[in-house]
Design a protein around this ligand. Structure first.
Ligand SMILES: [Zn+2]
Length: 501
């Protein structure tokens, strides 16, 4: 049975047929490294990690490209005077590249905590200025962009008129018609430079105080956000590739702009299948800086946010995300996360016990009803994943298997009730899905994470004690931890690191 995915472009489930099998090219929009990633960012990166792993499981050779936006992401759509990195660099008193490195490191750390595989190529916007300029030159030469006062804008109306005739209007992905888009565009910066309100910047002239700037045929400036993804996906995956992924919030305007830019340059739509994950809400509300409910990933792991009852291990968050199909809505709450934590522990305990058993299954005393049931439940894993990667249904089946495994463990069901082949299939399928595709961590790894959390807590108590000159308490914490084999080391920057012997 073959894989079917929901293609946002055609708004239907389609059989996945790569352009050049067994090779698959997949581009996923990466983070803007002007700050730390929050809970909302966890969903696309975990979703597409599972897509990547599943495609490899099916035997495809995948080139997975995920960019780092280290320039050009404007503070808000339409407000194009300054990009996020430049603004934050001034705020944090760091060199822009120092800021970018700091948040790239933090992002990589969070991704490894989640057990996400690194992409095959992770290109940066600043490393591809030349490619972006070349692409902009091409768009101008074809008549779909114009220069105004040192900036370059994409002519959305002209594109829409010409390409509507070819069945590819601007709005082909999001389904928005141009009039609707113009309605919703507010009166923003540089409107006088633009021919039409809906035009977007490909290149921006850098004001005198702007730190990030590059030479271009239009003077010193910096690239727009949308053009980087078109330039880098074309460079590493070709003019037409298989999958383009990202969060639903990127459909418009980001992916719509990417499609327009690439179509002008390469005379074809850049990707065949557009996959978009749904958003995470927090206690039923939209997540956002202005709502005060944006929980950073490090806060999730340490429990240090007023909305959190406790720390949540990365594996719990990963499992929580996989408990829903990627296109359904997902609401965060402490209750839901605690439910996921318990469920994951139950699943991993049953799984780890089963993996250690060599003598489950028989050929003589098989219970045919139970045997059939187990066989059906494990073969359905593939059926559900092939139906638009329905991880939720796979996990539901796993939870029908857990009580069966536990009954064998408790000897309520004889170990021979399953046929040897079924028992082997059960072990194999659980191992492939839990470890290779879902990449869930064992309960032992979860405990290690908890230990780290406890140590961080003790380090913070010691720091507070020191700050009020309570050296009896601070020394007691250090000495007693040392007696347990945990060495604390005070660093120059005021932080404390630990090593466990
Ligand atoms: Zn992008």
């Amino acid at each position: 049975m073959s894989l079917k995915v929901y293609n946002s472009l055609t708004r239907q489930k389609e059989e996945f047929k790569p352009i050049n099998p067994p090779y698959v090219g997949m581009y996923v929009c990466g983070p803007t490294v002007s700050g730390e990633s929050h809970l909302g960012h966890a969903r696309p990166f975990i979703t597409f990690d599972v897509v990547y792993r599943y495609l490899m499981h099916l035997g495809y050779k995948v080139r997975y490209v995920r960019n780092i936006t280290d320039a050009g992401h404007f503070e808000e759509e339409g407000r194009e005077a300054e990009d996020k990195i430049s603004k934050k660099a001034v705020l944090e008193k760091l060199e822009p590249m120092e800021l970018v490195q700091k948040y790239t490191n933090l992002y990589h750390w969070a991704m490894s905590q989640f057990n996400n595989l690194p992409p095959s190529i992770e290109p940066t916007a600043t490393g591809h200025i030349v490619e972006q300029i070349e692409m902009i030159k091409k768009i101008i030469a074809d008549g779909y962009a114009y220069e105004a006062n040192g900036s370059v804008y994409f002519d959305v109306e002209k594109y829409n008129t010409d390409f509507s005739a070819k069945g590819q209007p601007y709005g082909i992905l999001s389904g928005r018609v141009l009039e609707e888009q113009i309605e919703s565009t507010r009166e923003l910066d540089n409107q006088d430079e633009k021919r039409n309100k809906s035009d977007f910047a490909l290149w921006k002239k850098a004001p005198a105080e702007h730190i990030m700037r590059w030479q271009s045929p239009w003077g010193e400036g910096f690239p727009g956000w949308h053009i980087e993804c078109s330039a880098m996906s074309t460079k590493y995956l070709g003019e037409e590739f298989d999958i383009h992924g990202g969060g639903m919030d990127l459909q418009f305007p980001h992916h719509e702009c990417e499609i327009a830019q690439s179509t002008v340059c390469n005379h074809k739509l850049p990707a065949r299948y557009w996959l978009h994950n749904n958003m995470i809400t927090i206690n039923g509300k939209k997540m956002g800086k202005s709502y005060g409910n944006q929980i950073m990933l490090s806060q999730m792991f340490s429990g240090s946010h007023p909305l959190l009852d406790q720390p949540y291990a990365p594996s719990t968050i990963r499992f929580f995300i996989l408990q829903s199909q990627y296109r359904s809505t997902l609401d965060f709450s402490n209750d839901a996360l605690q439910g996921s934590e318990k469920a994951l522990r139950r699943l991993m305990e049953a799984f780890e016990w089963l993996q250690q058993q060599d003598h489950i299954g028989s050929t003589g005393q098989v219970d045919p009803v139970l045997d059939e049931k187990v066989k059906k439940l494990v073969t359905e894993f593939d059926t559900f994943m092939n139906d638009d990667l329905n991880t939720a249904k796979v996990i539901a089946n796993m939870f029908e298997l857990v009580p069966i495994i536990n009954s064998i463990k408790d000897k309520h069901i004889p170990a021979g009730a399953l046929h040897t082949d079924t028992a082997g299939l059960l072990k194999k399928q659980l191992s492939i899905y839990i470890l290779d595709i879902f990449a869930l961590q064992s309960s032992k790894a979860d405990n290690n994470h908890k230990l780290e959390g406890v140590l961080e807590l003790l380090i913070n108590i010691r720091k507070e004690a020191k700050s009020r000159k309570d050296f009896v308490t601070s020394d007691k914490i250090r000495n007693e931890l040392a007696a347990l084999g945990v060495q604390l080391k005070d660093e120059k920057d005021g932080g404390t690191s630990f090593t466990i012997q």
